[in-house]
Design a binder for this molecule. Structure first.
Ligand code: URA
Length: 231
């Protein structure tokens, strides 16, 4: 990992603050002063920052129950953000959201500082299924099951959608499971069959299911079992 990233994770400082400290020669790696932010370090290096030994940063893995109206970014001029829901102890770390949701969508967000784990969730090659509970304006036509399974053309897209599984629960409610994440995909798929999504909630990514005990806006650390379920 880059030295500036490692120190930002381990100390809670921003990368800018870390860079400043590096320029002031306040960091040694294996007893050598290092000023290069991109210098590569690993857990076995002996890193001293402002005369203190720095332990390897703890990688973080969180699940959060996203409320409606929040945007999946660190800052936004007009909406409350997911970052604002996290405590100060967690927020300064370099956290990434695996599979963002629209502001009006609720439910499961996975947030992590582990780049490799993030890649396994977001990369199309790993095909982590994401399940959405969808409510619609009009009754859901059962022909949508086959259309979504075969893949449908979306406006301004070259390729049809990948096979998706639709389970109709009630006339206006269904589970839709996708293995890709295109822009506004669920809403656009329903729009393509002449319907409109009125409520959208994600409850599952791969084998990780949104914890029913989490109220909206609450989060918890993932268990070791949940972390290792992502392959
Ligand atoms: N599809 C959408 O349309 N919106 C989301 O937030 C997620 C998937």
């Amino acid at each position: 990992m880059r030295l500036d990233k490692y120190l930002a994770h381990a100390t809670g400082l921003s990368r800018k603050e870390v860079k400043r400290a590096l320029h002031k020669k306040s960091v040694t790696v294996n007893a050598q002063v290092i000023r290069d932010s991109a210098f590569q370090v690993n857990d076995s290096d002996d890193i001293v920052f402002q005369q203190k030994n720095i332990d390897a940063p703890k990688l973080r893995y969180l699940m959060l129950n996203k409320p409606q109206g929040y945007v999946c970014s660190n800052e936004d001029p007009s909406h409350p953000t997911i970052a604002g829901l996290l405590t100060d102890e967690i927020r300064p770390q370099e956290l990434n959201i695996a599979g963002r949701l629209d502001a009006d969508t609720t439910g499961l967000l996975l947030i992590t500082s582990d780049g490799q784990w993030l890649h396994k969730i977001t990369s199309p090659n790993h095909k982590q299924p994401k399940r959405y509970l969808v409510e619609t304006a009009d009754p859901i036509d059962p022909t949508a099951i086959e259309l979504f399974a075969k893949g449908i053309e979306l406006k301004n897209e070259k390729h049809p959608t990948k096979a998706a599984t639709l389970e109709i629960i009630e006339s206006h409610m269904a589970y839709l499971t996708l293995t890709e994440g295109r822009y506004h995909q669920v809403k656009r798929m329903f729009a393509a069959i002449g319907n409109k999504v009125t409520e959208l909630h994600r409850d599952r990514i791969g084998a990780i299911v949104l914890d029913e005990d989490l109220g909206t806006g609450e989060y918890r650390e993932l268990t070791d079992a949940e972390i290792s379920q992502v392959q």
